[in-house]
Every structure is written in C-alpha cells, then in structure tokens.
Design a protein around this ligand. Structure first.
Ligand code: NAD
Length: 341
C-alpha cells in the first residue's frame, strides 16, 4: 500500500464497479484497496485474477473460501480501510449502505440509480466539479444525464440555452444482463411525461429549461438521444461541431457510421477495454441548425460514460486537484480518452 495515494474501495463489482476499479487502478494519485462481491461468480474470478483484494458480506465469507477464494475481510472491514468508497451496488440498494459509511467516517460516491437526495451534490466533471471539492458525499449522475450535461453545459456557456427537448431511446439491458428486456417491443418508459432525465439534469444545472421522453428498445449496445435545443444567440451548425469537437469528452462520429452497433465495432477496432466508449458519441453529420434551433443525434455508452466522471469525483472530494480541466485531462490521459476522428 502506497501511503501517498488515496485509498479507494469499490462496493458492488458489477457493470459499473468493475470499470471504476480498473480506471482508478490506472491513476497515480489513488489506488484500489479492495472490491466487494456478494457471490463467487465469474466477476469475482476476474477480480481475483486482476489481483484486487476481495471483501464479502460477513455471512458469505465461508462460501467464497469453500470455492477457493482468498477473502480479505468483510465489507465493513473494507470500508474501514478506505478513504473513500465508490458505491456501485444496484440502484436503490446503495442508500442502505449510507449508515455504514457515516459510522466509519468514510467519504462516499453513489451512482445515478440512487435518488438525488442521497447526497447534497450531483456531479458532472465539466459542469460542477468545484461544488464537489472536499465534499463527503456525492452522486455521479446516470449515464443519460451525464451524456446530456456534457453537451448542454458547453452550449449554455457559449450560446446560452433557451430550452432543451430530448427523446431518449434507451437500451433494454446491458450485454451481460439476462433478466432485462424487452426483446420485441418499444416500451414507453414511463408513459407519464417527462421522464426523469430532464429533471435530473436540473440537479446539476437548475436554470436549464429541459424536458425529456424515454422509450426502451430491444438493444443492449447504447442509448440514443434525439436532441432539439433552442439557443439564445445565433450560431451555425459548423460552430456547434467545432465546439463539441473541442470538448474533452465528446467524440464526433463520422466515417460512414450511422448506427450504435457500428460505434461498438469501432470501439473494438480501437482496442478499447470491453469496447468502452467513454465519450459522448455525437453523429457529426446530424448536427444542424434550422430556424434558430439546433438538432443532433448522440449515442451514449451506458456501461462506460460515467467511469471517468467517478475518477474526477474522487479527485475533487479528496481535494487532489482544484481545477476540473486538469483532472479531466489527467483522467483522460490515463484511460486513453481523447483520440479524435
Ligand atoms: P450491476 O447489477 O451490474 O452491479 C451491481 C453489483 O453489486 C452486482 O455485482 C451485485 O452482485 C452487487 N451487489 C448487490 N447488492 C450488494 C450489496 N448489498 N453490497 C455489495 N454489492 C452488492 O449494476 P450496475 O449496472 O453496475 O449499476 C450500479 C449503479 O450504477 C446503479 O445505481 C445504476 O443505476 C448505475 N448506473 C448503471 C449504468 C448501466 O447502464 N449499467 C449506467 C450508469 C449508472
């Protein structure tokens, strides 16, 4: 253990937790002191192969040991050993861990599946990093909200945003998820409008006029956003393309790509771990301005876009870096984010 590095624990090692663990392990100012697993499944096996210390609920330690695992201790032991816990348990489960983090005086980050009330600060690296400096509890907003903040924030800074209308075609489940659906339907999610995504953006940028609708579709690759944004000052489609291309976590997608499946294939060709696309994928040729309104499509890789935001949130909360752009640059460099088409 390197005493100069911030000690990070990952509570819940699933889709998000395993990616946050790998991203934290790449940083020179933080280290993974352990991850928690509730069952000795294939993810526990890969965690052991990567050399992460595995912690388990006290009443499950014996079943892990019977399966040949070395267990470092209970989840309580892991929390005690950490400076900060990244809670990546399923939505609405993380809230039940809050009392433990409070008891042990450990800082904690929750994910977007938790209610906004779980922490005083909802977080996005570009839009409100400064609010999280030194904070004890932060929620990194969901994949869709992160994707929306990354485009709305720079547009609002440069041109002023009058209003945002977005329709989100949501993936039905993650690729490894065998319990979600639909397999043959478009499901209004929810029927009653707006969906929670627009209000969730307001937890970070309260002044933005935004409403959203969402539809669940039978795909596991990515979410797709159809955006219509009215800006306060005039600009051209070219201006917006240049603005987006200048942002650290937006990738302009071109080269004949017109589908989420091709973006995932592109990620594979780039040699990305787990074919992750951590950046917003804005379809360059879709960006258009008509009668003062901006339109575009963007695809959001739900499994990975929030991962660099978790790393930045740790850096802010532990006061390792005061300047958000420096943290973003450091995280991006370590993960290999930033190659532009
Ligand atoms: P997941 O189901 O893939 O992983 C959760 C892990 O936590 C599983 O390994 C599960 O066994 C474990 N777990 C369950 N109860 C636990 C407990 N009490 N203590 C420790 N571990 C426990 O879930 P996920 O998709 O990684 O989602 C985690 C959070 O991230 C949720 O809030 C979710 O809304 C949010 N999120 C998910 C996505 C996505 O698309 N998957 C995107 C952004 C944010």
């Amino acid at each position: 253990m390197d005493m100069s590095k911030v000690k990070v624990a990952i509570n819940g090692y699933g889709t998000i937790g395993k990616r946050v663990a790998d991203a934290v392990a790449l940083q020179d100012d933080m280290e993974i002191i352990g991850i928690s697993k509730t069952r000795p499944n294939f993810e526990a096996k890969t965690a052991a192969m990567k050399g992460y210390n595995i912690y388990a609920p006290a009443d499950k330690i014996d079943s892990f040991k019977n399966d040949g695992y070395t267990i470092a201790g209970s989840i309580e032991d892991m929390v005690k050993a950490a400076d900060i816990v990244v809670d990546c348990t399923p939505g609405k489960i993380g809230v039940s861990n809050k009392a433990l983090y409070e008891k042990e005086g450990v800082k904690a980050i929750w994910q977007g599946g938790e209610s906004k009330d779980i922490a005083p600060i909802s977080f996005n690296s570009e839009a409100n990093y400064a609010d999280a400096i030194g904070a004890d509890y932060v929620r990194v907003v969901s994949c869709n909200t992160t994707g929306l903040c990354r485009v709305i924030y720079p547009l609002d800074q440069k041109y002023g945003v009058e209003k945002v209308r977005v329709t989100i075609v949501r993936r039905g489940g993650d690729p490894g998820d065998i319990k979600s659906g639909p397999i043959d339907a478009l499901v209004l999610d929810p029927i009653k409008l707006p969906s929670h995504h627009g209000p969730d953006v307001k937890t970070i940028m309260p002044h933005i006029n935004i409403t959203s609708a969402a539809i669940k579709a039978p795909t596991s690759f990515m979410h797709l956003h159809v955006l219509n944004i009215q800006l306060k000052t005039e600009c051209s489609a070219e201006d917006v393309k240049n603005l987006f291309a200048s942002r650290p976590r937006i990738r302009m997608i071109a080269d004949g790509i017109s589908a989420t499946a091709q973006i995932i294939e592109f990620g594979r060709d780039l040699g990305r771990p787990r074919n992750d696309m951590w950046e917003n994928c804005v379809f360059r040729d879709s960006v258009s301005v008509d009668d003062g309104e901006l339109y575009f499509f963007q695809a959001i890789h739900q499994e990975s876009d929030v991962i660099p935001e978790n790393v930045d949130a740790i850096r802010a909360m532990m006061s390792l870096e005061k300047d958000n752009l420096k943290s973003i640059e450091k995280t991006n460099k370590s993960m290999g984010i930033g190659f532009k088409c």
